[in-house]
Design a protein around this ligand. Structure first.
Ligand code: NAP
Length: 259
């Protein structure tokens, strides 16, 4: 399918690895020029070079912490006129409810709610002026069904979800389409480190933890960054203009719900 976005420009945040990289690759395959970002410059430059040579699109890499205001300003300077925004950042650490204090909640809200809101606030006015734009926020299945040990994520991402529900309907008349993508378990460094923690706690091997988790997922496996990226590229495509303010769950059927 031709996604109809060849020649557009996208900012994909937190994209040297994992789901962000999956989104960047799928957009590049559709002919979209990219601004990529991550904190570690070396992995970011490597990813940028691989995408340039594989897909022949222009890629600008801006190393920096997307949550830090001064770094984000540099990213936004490079991405001032983008047509497409994919927001993403690292997820908060796991724990239990009694571990977390005000500072932990503020950090989670800053990274997983206020940062995507700041990016949208900055970039959507130009999209609206042009009469065309696409925003995809990478959130989590935890907004549909809480993951107890990720209470910081449950809380912060639900706040973003409420914001998007209203804002998506305010900007849709200007041709700016905003949606959220909710990953269930995907095979990335993030899930590997969570599995490692669970293995140490439960005195199991990491492989045993994975196999046990697979049994809770009807697809019997983790998702891939490429599958995730393909859905992101579709939501950024010309065909997605009637999908407004939705929360699309990619979880292999893991959440047992009718809707
Ligand atoms: P990942 O494999 O660990 O990759 C994270 C990427 O984001 C890396 O490129 C990392 O590079 C970059 N990054 C992290 N924090 C950043 C920051 N503050 N500023 C700029 N770049 C940053 O993680 P992932 O699995 O793709 O997860 C992406 C998001 O989806 C996370 O918020 C995660 O919690 C959420 N999620 C993932 C899953 C899953 O199963 N994978 C499930 C639900 C939700 P640097 O470290 O160099 O910055």
């Amino acid at each position: 399918m031709d996604l109809g976005i060849k020649g557009k420009r996208a900012l994909v945040c937190a994209s040297s690895k994992g789901l962000g990289r999956g989104c960047a690759e799928a957009l590049a395959e559709a002919g979209v020029d990219l601004v990529l970002n991550a904190r570690g410059a070396e992995a970011l430059e490597r990813t940028a070079a691989e995408i340039r040579s594989r897909f022949g699109v222009a890629v600008t890499a801006v190393a920096g912490d997307i949550v830090a205001e001064s770094d984000r300003a540099r990213v936004l300077e490079a991405a001032a006129d983008v047509d497409i925004l994919v927001t993403n950042a690292g997820g908060p650490p796991p724990g239990i409810w009694s571990d977390w204090d005000r500072a932990d909640f503020l950090a989670a809200v800053d990274a997983n709610m206020l940062t995507p809101i700041a990016l949208m606030t900055d970039l959507m006015p130009k999209m609206a002026e042009k009469g065309w734009g696409r925003v995809v926020n990478i959130t989590s299945q935890s907004v549909k069904a809480p993951i107890a040990q990720l209470g910081l994520s449950n809380a912060a991402r639900t706040g973003l979800t409420g914001y998007v529900a209203g804002t998506a309907r305010q900007v849709a008349p200007m041709g700016v389409i905003v949606n959220n993508l909710l990953p269930g378990a995907h095979d990335t460094d993030r899930i590997r480190s969570l599995d490692q923690g669970a293995a140490e706690q439960g005195q199991l091997s990491e492989e045993e933890v994975r196999q046990r988790k697979f049994l809770t997922i009807p697809a019997r496996r983790y998702g891939t960054a490429a599958e995730f990226g393909a859905m992101c590229a579709f939501l950024c495509s010309q065909h997605a203009g009637y999908i407004v303010g939705q929360n699309i769950l990619l979880d292999g059927g893991g959440i047992n719900a009718t809707l």
